[in-house]
Design a protein around this ligand. Sequence first.
Ligand SMILES: Cc1cc2nc3c(=O)[nH]c(=O)nc-3n(C[C@H](O)[C@H](O)[C@H](O)COP(=O)(O)OP(=O)(O)OC[C@H]3O[C@@H](n4cnc5c(N)ncnc54)[C@H](O)[C@@H]3O)c2cc1C
Length: 282
Amino acid sequence: MRPVDGAGRHARRRARGRRYRSDGPRSTPACCGPPRSSGSGRISEIRGWRYLDGHALLGAGLTHARMGRPDFAALIPALAAAARAAGPPQIRNAGTLGGNIVSNAPTGDALPVLAALEATLVIAGPEGARREIPVSHLLAGVEMLRPGELVGFVRVPLLHAPQAFLKATGRTGPGRATASVAIVLDPARRGVRCAVGAVAPMPLRPLEAERWVASLIDWDGDRGHLDPQVSTAFGEYVAAACIPDPPPPEDGSDPVPLPPAAIHLRRTVAALARRALGRALA
Ligand SMILES: Cc1cc2nc3c(=O)[nH]c(=O)nc-3n(C[C@H](O)[C@H](O)[C@H](O)COP(=O)(O)OP(=O)(O)OC[C@H]3O[C@@H](n4cnc5c(N)ncnc54)[C@H](O)[C@@H]3O)c2cc1C
């Protein structure tokens, strides 16, 4: 009989580990399974998505690159468009949905889309605790992550209707948004949902403009036949709601005009909103 040397023992252990891994975590004995297999299982769980009660449960570990692919775009087109616009390829390969939400930068491209979709966050806490909050609550600071909590999933309603995301940057090529607009149609509720990103610390919802334009869409006929003047007016309505005029001075003197940079930003938002609505209704 040949003596078993150290290297041989290690080789056999490695082979056993490989066999357990290929069988999947369930066949791994709880006492001696390679720790990496359960860890990678957990990670892969939040790097994908699944369906639940008419919603998509998106893992917080989904990268922008993954969300930009065609199969994801078929599911949530506006989020896919935002993911494709989120910085250069290195950032899209590494940056995640959860990181984009929790870092809560005004220029986060996923944020206006999630606000328009009225997504909720599934938050995992210590000792298996779990709670859900609207994404807008976290972005507005109404509710915060508590110590030890992680965003596990993002619950997004599947609306099965056109959506659009458009972004303006201050430079050619990938860059942070100076303004962005997400438009989501909700035919079941005859609603248009719009959120504007980057112009304020959190995405803004111009609710009156949403209701106004939704009332003018022929939901039972050809949605695409919206008068171009209505689209233009919608863009201006959205822009004025998000970048309002300064309040009139209390002493009754002449109103202060908007600064040129704000006028320019308003025009940008108006153009984005008009075009995004046109794309969603096309
Ligand atoms: C050069 C550059 C350009 C960029 N351009 C854009 C752009 O154009 N558009 C855009 O949208 N974004 C842009 N980003 C941001 C990028 O897309 C990522 O969203 C951001 O860098 C966060 O990266 P991350 O997912 O690796 O998170 P991390 O850097 O790993 O984490 C960020 C923070 O979030 C916390 N966190 C992460 N995940 C979770 C979770 N699941 N639960 C709780 N907390 C969590 C971390 O603890 C950390 O505090 C850019 C970033 C860089 C560096």
